[in-house]
Design a protein around this ligand. Structure first.
Ligand code: NCD
Length: 340
């Protein structure tokens, strides 16, 4: 096959230009460190403005669409609260009960929603890469709220925000990510973000639940949680992604998983006094984590949920009204709490 033929191969299809990643939030892999810092600082400023009851109406007159093809409690509601706090209006789309059931494609659904004059699109989908696909076709910012195994960038940003609020800078912090790494978009986005910010990341889980190219993650690897729990500044426990695998083929049984890999009460006692525990939710109590640990003194699970609103406000404003956000950040009264 000549070079020319290769390009027009039917199998490959036409090559579309890559989406402009500065106009969207598709993942953390493409996000420069300076942009991550900017978003975390903007989230902090917006949180302080919420605490002071003076939230800038940065999304006034703007409509954001929540396009959720997968179940969600926290993420969908968090985007919803973020849009409303900034004075925007929201269109909530759930695939169940929509024309998706009649066979409408993702692109057709998105184009029809755009015809309703939206200014931003938040999408969660089981197919990795679907936010990137939409970003190539629509003229408004696309925000990835979780795509398959791939990325969940706003979760990683809110996790980073939570760590920074509690422990200060991320650089040098030891973070242990525990559980089903292979199927977790949360793990993937966090590994990208934490490594960019200079944290020391380690992963631990059953070999069958680590990605086949685990070396490419460039993280330390522990064979048992006990090896790294006593040294970790942050432990991030993950939910087993039952919906993305045949679990029975990966691990002999749930009880075996809990006894070897779960964050049991006994393992919880191995944590350093000031170590923090994160979990993106929803939690499988008694499986990946014991209720005593999930609700114990190290746990910041509910802080993560609260922090998610400020982070998503920053992300939405930065993409849908960047000038407004810039004006807010540069003209608001400076407070010593503003920067970390
Ligand atoms: C995560 C997700 O959807 O990837 N949930 C969330 O957004 N808080 C984690 C999970 O479902 O396990």
């Amino acid at each position: 096959m000549t070079k020319k033929n290769k390009k027009s191969s039917v199998l490959k299809g036409p090559r579309l230009p890559a989406p402009d990643t500065s106009r969207h939030l598709l993942g953390i892999a493409d996000l420069p460190k300076a942009r991550i810092e900017f978003l975390l600082d903007a989230a902090r400023a917006l949180r302080l403005s919420m605490e002071a009851g003076q939230v800038p109406p940065l999304l006034q007159g703007k409509t954001i669409v929540n396009l959720f093809y997968e179940n969600s409690t926290r993420t969908r509601m968090s985007f919803e609260v973020a849009v409303r706090r900034l004075g925007g209006s929201l269109l909530n789309f759930a695939a169940g009960g929509s024309s998706v059931q009649k066979g409408e494609t993702l692109l057709d659904t998105a184009k029809n929603i755009l015809a309703l004059s939206a200014h931003g699109l938040v999408i969660r989908h089981a197919s990795s890469g679907s936010p990137g696909f939409l970003a190539r076709h629509v003229s408004i910012p696309v925000i990835n709220a979780g795509d398959g195994f791939h990325e969940h960038p706003t979760q990683a940003l809110l996790d980073a925000f939570t760590i920074r609020e509690k422990l200060g800078a991320l650089a040098g912090k030891r973070v242990l990510i525990l559980g089903d790494i292979a199927h977790s978009r949360v793990a993937r986005s966090n590994i990208h973000l934490l490594r960019k910010m200079g944290a020391k990341v380690a992963v631990c889980g059953p070999p069958t639940l680590l990605p086949p190219n685990v070396g490419a993650l460039k993280c330390e690897r522990a064979f048992r949680p006990e090896e790294l729990l006593p040294r970790a500044d942050v432990v991030m426990a993950l939910r087993i992604q039952f919906e993305r695998q045949n679990f029975a083929r990966q691990v002999p049984s749930k009880s075996e998983y809990a006894s070897i890999w779960g964050l049991s009460a006994a393992r919880g006692k191995l944590l350093k006094k000031d170590a923090i525990l994160l979990h993106p939710g929803p939690i499988n109590r008694g499986l990946e984590i014991d209720p005593q640990v999930a609700d114990g003194p190290h746990s910041l699970v509910l802080d993560q949920v609260s922090n998610g609103v400020a982070v998503r406000m920053a992300v939405l404003a930065s993409l849908v009204n960047p000038d407004g956000l810039h004006t807010f950040l540069t003209t608001k009264k400076r407070s010593p709490k503003d920067k970390r």
